[in-house]
Design a protein around this ligand. Structure first.
Ligand SMILES: NC(=O)C1=CN([C@@H]2O[C@H](COP(=O)(O)OP(=O)(O)OC[C@H]3O[C@@H](n4cnc5c(N)ncnc54)[C@H](OP(=O)(O)O)[C@@H]3O)[C@@H](O)[C@H]2O)C=CC1
Ligand SMILES: N[C@@H](CC=O)C(=O)O
Ligand code: NA
Length: 361
């Protein structure tokens, strides 16, 4: 190992993790120095690494991992492994695991930087948030999580720039879920009749837009997590994603179902409930959409369904698009607006890779 080398460790090789691996390959080619060396990769069951930090070939990492007989290191051991290396190490967390998120302070305090699309660390308890940034400040390690809100869209960097340059954010509102956007754009389009709710939910999962368990999207918690992150960055110390009103779209009858698969299997029985919601909006000449807002002055955060005129920009979104409006003192009554795909492996991995570039810089 040399000081011109940076070690990369990846936890999670699913939809986002796989796309990140190919982007890492491109980045390593385009940016020969420092040399990026993949030293560890794991899923929840398998791992690939060696005690001398030998480089794992990125192009064949997934197939080698698939046939590996190594199991993942426990998180404290992984922190030891990375902190003991002579080169700087960066941990890429491509999971949605709370356990991995809870361990960030351990990594950061030992100088290991973190890049992640996982929302759990930044929307968990306020104490975890404080511990993460305190550990990073003390050791000088970096932590970036652009893809935790709006996938690769520059939402977090924009909000940080607004705050760091002395602007005052008064309100943030919009569509914060790629899954919810896709579902309502296809189930209740501004023209035509739209598909069946349960069929669209399955499609959203197949397209890689949903959380590993789509109930985490449908119960509103994914959006609540994103709003918690943005509210904290805007200066509101929101305690948790369940400390403000969040509307769930999970039918009452399915609230106690144990697995995501059983939930998806039974969802068609309840399509009529969402049809009623859609029909009620149509009666007023409107369409229904799933939105969120943070009112910084009144400290109010909320997540749920609202009706919109068909000509409203929120009603007219396409595919998995998010739209996020920042109202600030500087921008006055014309908000700064960010719009584009808010879910999917490639666009999410782009946010992760560009965060990695920031750490390298
Ligand atoms: N998909 C998207 O559009 C977006 C996703 N994100 C976030 O990106 C993250 C990844 O999402 P996605 O790739 O879609 O999810 P997937 O379910 O496709 O992949 C998750 C990966 O993490 C692994 N994993 C889960 N828990 C652990 C653990 N405790 N230890 C080691 N590995 C673990 C899984 O392994 P195994 O298969 O063995 O369980 C799998 O390889 C999530 O936090 C999600 O919220 C953010 C923005 C957009
Ligand atoms: N499930 C999430 C993925 C990105 O955060 C979404 O649909 O927005
Ligand atoms: Na983003």
């Amino acid at each position: 190992m040399t000081s011109k080398q940076v070690l990369i460790a990846i936890i999670g090789a699913g939809g986002v993790g796989k796309c990140f691996l190919s982007q890492l390959e491109v980045l390593a080619r385009k940016r020969p120095s420092p040399q990026l060396s993949l030293c560890y990769i794991c899923t929840s069951k398998k791992a690939l690494y060696s005690s001398d930090y030998s480089a794992i070939a990125t192009d064949s990492a997934l197939s080698t991992l698939g046939s590996s007989s190594q199991t993942p290191l426990e998180l404290p051991k992984l922190a030891d492994y990375l902190a003991s290396a002579q080169s700087k190490a960066i941990l890429i967390d491509n999971t949605s695991s709370q356990d991995v998120a809870d361990a960030y302070p351990q990594f950061l305090s030992r100088g290991v930087s973190i890049v992640t699309p996982n929302k759990k660390a930044f929307s968990g308890s306020y104490k975890l948030w404080q511990d993460i940034f305190a550990a990073a400040a003390e050791s000088g390690a970096k932590v970036y999580h652009e893809s935790s809100v709006g996938a690769g869209l520059p939402v977090i960097s924009t909000l940080k720039d607004l705050v760091d340059t002395g602007d005052e954010v008064t309100k943030i509102e919009g569509v914060f879920s790629g899954t919810m956007s896709f579902l309502f754009n296809s189930f209740a389009p501004t023209s035509g009749s739209g598909g069946k709710w349960s069929v669209e939910v399955k499609k959203a999962k197949e397209l890689g837009y949903t959380e590993p368990d789509p109930r985490d999207d449908l119960n509103g918690l994914d959006v609540a997590r994103k709003l918690t992150i943005l509210a904290r960055l805007a200066g509101l110390p929101v305690e948790s994603p369940t400390s403000f009103p969040v509307q769930s779209l999970i039918p009452k009858e399915l609230e106690s179902v144990s697995s995501g698969d059983e939930f998806l299997q039974r969802l068609p029985e309840f399509d009529s409930q969402m049809e009623e919601t859609k029909a009620a909006a149509e009666k007023e000449g409107k369409v229904v959409r799933f939105v969120g807002s943070i009112d910084v002055a009144t400290k109010q955060v909320k997540v749920g369904l609202e009706k919109f005129d068909r000509s409203h920009p929120i009603a007219a979104l396409k595919g998995s698009d998010n739209i996020i409006s920042f109202y600030t003192k500087r921008y006055g009554s014309n908000p700064l607006i960010i719009q584009g795909a808010g879910a999917g492996g490639e666009v999410t991995a782009m946010g992760v890779t560009s965060d990695l570039i920031k750490v390298l810089s």
